[in-house]
Design a protein around this ligand. Structure first.
Ligand SMILES: [Zn+2]
Length: 291
């Protein structure tokens, strides 16, 4: 029986599961995020369809995680996963090694292995939240507990809006989809998604334009700072908001140039929404030896 790399990307709304061989995505499925039982069932169905056994299972999930013990912690978007020992549970179900890492770090690994394949870059997810992963000299920068790269919680405006992490003025609070939607709710007095705000801005709504510009300036500031600190070959963006890059990109890049001495090179991931899934498949190659 063939042995395939199994990848699981657990998101706030959707869970993606894929089977890979030599970097090719052979089988995939996705479903509304629930709990462990649904993931096990989806994996069994895919593996039996592929007539395969898992070589390894890589899981990407939103922070906070206990990477050392393979446990998903109290992520507000994942009520069914709070405290689940996903590595232990899946190792018991499937006879293979199982690895867990932050979803944005997985996306960076996807980029490193299958995207631009740059040895020096910072990856930023610009979506409902803002996450990141750093690759330097061809190696993932993990940090002591495997939590490095939380670029979304750089404090850019100490008096700025509250962030879910408890601080104020984090990049995530200023520029994420949630941040844009919250500012829009205050301004327009009703609920609007970030995508709607961006569309209104594109249609000429001046108030929406101001909100979008503020978010782009914060993202540009973050990019400029990261560019100076890491001197990467490029900064790579992915995530839902990059679908509007044609409109947002020029604002982001012009702000980024204000915060760095040389203009940052910014690229979008060619792997689209699957970048985290690709990275989870290759996670086994990059997992750190946490002391
Ligand atoms: Zn924060």
């Amino acid at each position: 029986m063939q042995r395939l790399m199994v990848a699981v990307d657990i998101g706030g709304t959707k869970t993606r599961v894929g089977l890979f061989r030599d970097g090719s995505l052979l089988f995939r499925t996705s479903f509304a995020t629930k709990g462990l039982a649904e993931v096990v069932k989806a994996l069994r169905v895919l593996l039996s369809r592929a007539k395969a056994e898992p070589y390894s299972i890589g899981i990407g999930a939103p922070a906070p995680l206990d990477m050392r013990h393979g446990v998903i912690l109290n992520c507000p978007n994942l009520p069914h996963w709070n405290g689940v020992e996903v590595v232990t549970e899946l190792s018991r179900e499937f006879d293979c090694e199982v690895f867990l890492a932050n979803d944005a770090t997985c996306a960076a690994i996807g980029e490193l292995e299958f995207g631009h394949r740059s040895p020096d870059f910072v990856y930023i997810t610009w979506s409902t939240g803002i996450g990141g992963g750093i690759v330097s000299g061809g190696r993932v920068v993990w940090g002591v507990e495997g939590q490095a790269g939380e670029v979304g919680h750089m404090v850019l405006a100490p008096q700025g809006p509250h962030c879910r992490c408890g601080k104020r003025g984090c990049l995530e609070a200023l520029a994420s989809g949630t941040g844009i939607a919250r500012a829009a709710a205050e301004l327009f007095g009703r609920k609007l998604t970030a995508a709607t705000v961006v569309r209104k801005a594109q249609e000429g709504d001046v108030a929406a334009q101001r909100l979008v510009l503020r978010a782009c300036e914060a993202m540009g500031q973050g990019i400029g700072i990261l560019w100076e600190i890491f001197e990467p070959e490029m900064i790579i963006l992915g995530g839902g908001l990059t679908r509007s890059w044609d409109y947002l990109g020029p604002f982001v890049l012009s702000a980024a140039r204000e915060f760095s001495r040389t203009p940052p090179r910014v690229e979008l991931t060619p792997l689209g929404d699957d970048v985290g899934l690709y990275g989870a498949a290759a996670l086994y190659k990059h997992i750190p030896d946490l002391r």
